[in-house]
Design a protein around this ligand. Sequence first.
Ligand code: AMP
Ligand code: MN
Ligand code: MN
Ligand code: MN
Length: 284
Amino acid sequence: MEPLLNADLHCHSVVSDGTLTPEALAARAKANGVQLWALTDHDEIGGQERAIAAAKAEGMKYLTGVEISITFAGKTVHIVGLGFDHTNQDLVQGLRNTRGGRGERAKEMSEGLAKVGIHGAYEGALKFAGNHELISRTHFARFLVETGVCKDTSEVFRKYLTENKPGFVPHRWATLENAVKWIGNAGGVAVIAHPARYGFTANEEYALFTEFKIHGGRAVEVITGSHSSAEALRYADTALEFELAASRGSDFHSPDESHTDLGTLPWLPGQLTPVWELLSDRIQ
Ligand code: AMP
Ligand code: MN
Ligand code: MN
Ligand code: MN
């Protein structure tokens, strides 16, 4: 398959912190010209059967997907998995454990917000969570916008939900090794998501890419809604340097919040190996 394929291999549904159902996402992707799609909910593959059926109904090719939260060098990093067997029990159980701490964390976040006069945030956020096992900062952000504390979700993150802010609670997610192995052992390909977002030093980033490869990771997101064009160029070089395939995905969450819509990204640079070339036998 050619690099000029309208592949969108990163987005979120109500099964995690998106606002659309898997079926509505499939219809939107198709309408926007997506030819190969993956639904990549955070730490959860409960939407995969619906996404597979919806892609089929739309006549769109599909790869299974997930975005796993890991902790690396004291920061949260996201590892996308593509083309795995979504019934693999080690993967299913690993993701269940990864989700496990979210309820307690959400209650602590709510206590932090109460200290600065914002009350009822846990219950408020929960109302926005389509999947109560997957209560996330995004749902708190929506509650604070709804109640008029902030004008949009990026303001909420800036003022309340990032490091050293009242609603931020540090959390230990999965390890890099486990996430990459769960995906690989289930027949999929692990991808470092939106690498420009982490704010790592050059040494930390080198360690991330090096350890990712040692554990069997094979690709990096180069074209994503989170990257500027300069960042895309920079990580195209990183893909070549580390001999990784390249992925492309909008990271679409919601028509009201996301600035990059499904299927509306720049093409993958031609000199890179598209991640879908590694997954031709996993496309359904
Ligand atoms: P959590 O997994 O609960 O830590 O929530 C992480 C999610 O918050 C990400 O997947 C994004 O959807 C969202 N997020 C993180 N940072 C920001 C930001 N600065 N602005 C808007 N959304 C953000
Ligand atoms: Mn998200
Ligand atoms: Mn992410
Ligand atoms: Mn994402």
